[in-house]
Design a protein around this ligand. Structure first.
Ligand SMILES: [Cu+2]
Length: 314
């Protein structure tokens, strides 16, 4: 019975899966109940008003206002209830917890590149320990892709030029399919991967068995110097440019008088489209790095700037 059900329905392997499934089954039950009622009415009317039967066929007098109010108000309450229920689940799905492990994912025709904070990289595979929330920070190097992990019940487009996120807490060790679910060209159907959910001890063993490269932050710091960012953005630079220590999450005043929160998107745009949002009090002299810097390197620089809080000069 259990395996028969599993062949019809994906495993439930994340904290989000039961929440999504409850809505799904509630909708299924509601629709089934209504469909059943309609069928019963059809059969009943067919028999009662068949040709030759002596049923009363005179039209009812007056308007059945009570009946009309009932059949308007009850469905309205049911459907608004469903709406708020689903909205609540949706908000939960779109707000990753603060302590989630951040993993960068770059989609490209036709593979997934994964960067962990400790600098480890994977292709078409993500290894995570069970029971801890994971936040994927995703972007694309070319066209629109989409990360879909059916057993986790979450799905999010991966769009060139911007960051989207998706999070989950894996609840069951195992190996789960990851699909690209936006048609993205010839080999779209081969753009698949696996999420390996491991017991913490097993995950630690896996980590130890991998060569440990420099952390993403160290890589970002290196790029920050190599690309010449530090030449302008350091305390003793001769060019008047903002200090970037602790910039992540700050509200930044812009030259046009508005403010923006410095998130991944703002830092990315500052590097690729420096004239889009110019920081207040600075000349727009920063060169664009569009076309010169890879998505992986951008992710590393962003991770570095995120980590560089607290050592700000007065
Ligand atoms: Cu794709």
């Amino acid at each position: 019975m259990r395996t028969f059900f599993n062949s019809l329905f994906p495993t439930s392997a994340s904290n989000l899966a039961p929440e999504v499934d409850h809505i799904y089954f509630a909708l299924l039950a509601l629709c089934g109940f209504v469909a059943f009622g309609v069928c019963v009415a059809i059969v009943w009317f067919c028999i009662r008003y068949r040709r030759g039967s002596r049923a009363d066929r005179t039209p009812p007098k007056g308007s059945p206002i009570r009946l009309e109010i009932t059949w308007t108000v009850i469905p309205m309450i049911i459907f608004l209830g469903l709406f708020f229920w689903a909205a609540e689940v949706f908000f939960g799905m779109s707000r990753p917890p603060a302590d989630a492990t951040e993993i960068y994912v770059v989609g490209k025709q036709w593979m997934w590149k994964v960067q962990h904070a400790d600098g480890r990289r994977e292709i078409n595979e993500i290894h995570v320990p069970v029971g801890h929330p994971v936040k994927l920070i995703m972007t694309s190097q070319d066209v629109i892709h989409d990360v879909f992990i059916p057993d986790f019940r979450n799905k999010q487009d991966v769009v060139p030029g911007r960051y989207t996120t998706e999070w989950f807490t894996p609840t069951k060790p195992g190996k789960y399919h990851l699909f690209c679910s936006q048609y993205c060209g010839t080999d779209h159907s081969k753009m698949t991967g696996w999420v390996y959910v491991m017991e913490p001890a097993e995950h630690a063993k896996w980590l130890a068995s991998q060569p440990a490269p420099d952390s993403l932050v160290a890589e970002g710091e290196r790029a920050f110097h190599m690309r010449g960012c530090s030449g302008c953005h350091e305390v003793n630079s001769t060019i008047h440019a903002p200090l970037l220590d602790g910039i992540y999450g700050k509200r930044v005043p812009l030259a046009d008088g508005t403010f923006v929160t410095a998130d991944e998107q703002y830092i990315r745009d500052s590097i690729l489209l420096p004239n889009k949002q110019v920081a207040a009090g600075f000349a727009p002299v920063m060169p664009t790095y569009q076309g010169q810097i890879s998505e992986d390197e951008l992710n590393a620089i962003i991770a570095y700037l995120k980590s560089s809080g607290g050592k700000e000069s007065p």
